[in-house]
Design a protein around this ligand. Structure first.
Ligand code: C5P
Length: 297
């Protein structure tokens, strides 16, 4: 018997970052939007904990205990006094180390898959608490849809979305380390008075009304200058997508994936093609949002 869970990627439509906290994390107003690019994690009983991964970027995925899927299985097993003897296979379609929460997604999916396989009877709140221990973005991967994350991003409030948004994502060569991007944010803002992060009412309104033009005007990412500082070539990718007719362009989370909000599916095809021919990215993906959270198939 095995259990498969499908889990979405995310884009941050607002990422407001505060000053560093004593614990090294940053307080955020992080508006997550789940997008319809999915990983699938299959849990099967095995002699010991084992991770495998398939997909075009599988070689970049760590298969050891640093993988959030492994850590999720270990955390759940420990709480319930179960031996973590499970084979977790990740069918990877979300860009790796790209700022789309692919690793977090696998953590949430593995947690849900093991929970179903082992019939632990864990409550939703317990699963969310384990997710928060695993990483700041992991709870959102479990719930999907759209949500405002406060604290370090793990405390979620659902956000209403009144329509379908179309996106193009440009996948860059190589990843960017999230801690390195936050450290660069600290360096760039060292002499600034960093305000407390707050969700933008205009952005929440645009999500509620489902208006892509209004959303385009309200998108923001405080990590973007830091990501561009570490990877200046991303500016060319952003410019290429904007020139091709995207309503707005921004770095996705800590990058280096860039996200382009477009008017409709036809515009998505055009922008994706122009980005590819511009030679400023490795490949492109199109997707719609919102998307459901981690779900047993
Ligand atoms: O929580 P997660 O493990 O995903 O965080 C990875 C790294 O990103 C942290 O070690 C920290 O450097 C940075 N981070 C942060 N503030 C947050 C979330 C992440 O500084 N709110």
């Amino acid at each position: 018997m095995s259990v498969t869970v499908r889990v979405p990627a995310k884009v941050n439509v607002q990422l407001a970052v505060g000053a560093p906290r004593p614990d090294g994390f940053h307080d955020l107003a992080n508006v997550f939007l789940a997008v319809g690019l999915y990983d699938e994690v299959t849990a099967t009983p095995a002699d010991e904990l084992r991770i495998t991964c398939s997909g075009p970027d599988a070689a970049q995925v760590p298969l050891d205990a640093t993988n959030l899927a492994a850590r999720a299985a270990l955390a759940l097993a420990e709480r319930h006094g179960i031996a973590p003897d499970v084979h977790l296979h990740i069918a990877k379609d979300i860009p790796v180390a790209g700022g789309m929460a692919g690793g977090s997604a696998d953590g949430a999916a593995a947690l849900l898959a093991c929970d179903a396989l082992w019939s632990t009877g864990a409550t939703r709140d317990e699963l969310l608490a384990i997710c928060a221990e695993l990483g700041s973005d992991v709870p959102f991967s479990l719930v999907g849809g759209a949500a405002l994350g406060t604290g370090r991003g793990e405390r979620l409030t659902p956000v209403e979305v009144g329509g379908t948004f179309h996106w193009v994502f440009a996948v860059a060569d190589g990843g960017l380390s999230t801690p390195a991007v936050y450290a660069e944010f600290d360096r760039l803002t060292a002499d600034a008075d960093v305000p407390a992060p707050e969700a933008s009412p205009a952005l929440l309104d645009a999500l509620r009304t489902g208006d892509p033009t209004a959303l385009a005007g309200a998108l923001s990412n405080d990590l973007q200058p830091a990501a561009l500082s570490l990877r200046p070539s991303l500016a060319d990718t952003l410019a290429a997508g904007t020139a091709a007719g995207a309503l707005a362009a921004l770095v996705s989370g800590s990058g280096p994936t860039t996200a382009f909000l477009v008017a409709d599916a036809e515009s998505a095809r055009k922008v994706a093609e122009a980005l590819l021919t511009s030679g400023t990215c490795r490949n492109t993906r199109t997707a719609v949002s919102p998307a459901p959270g981690a779900t047993v198939r």
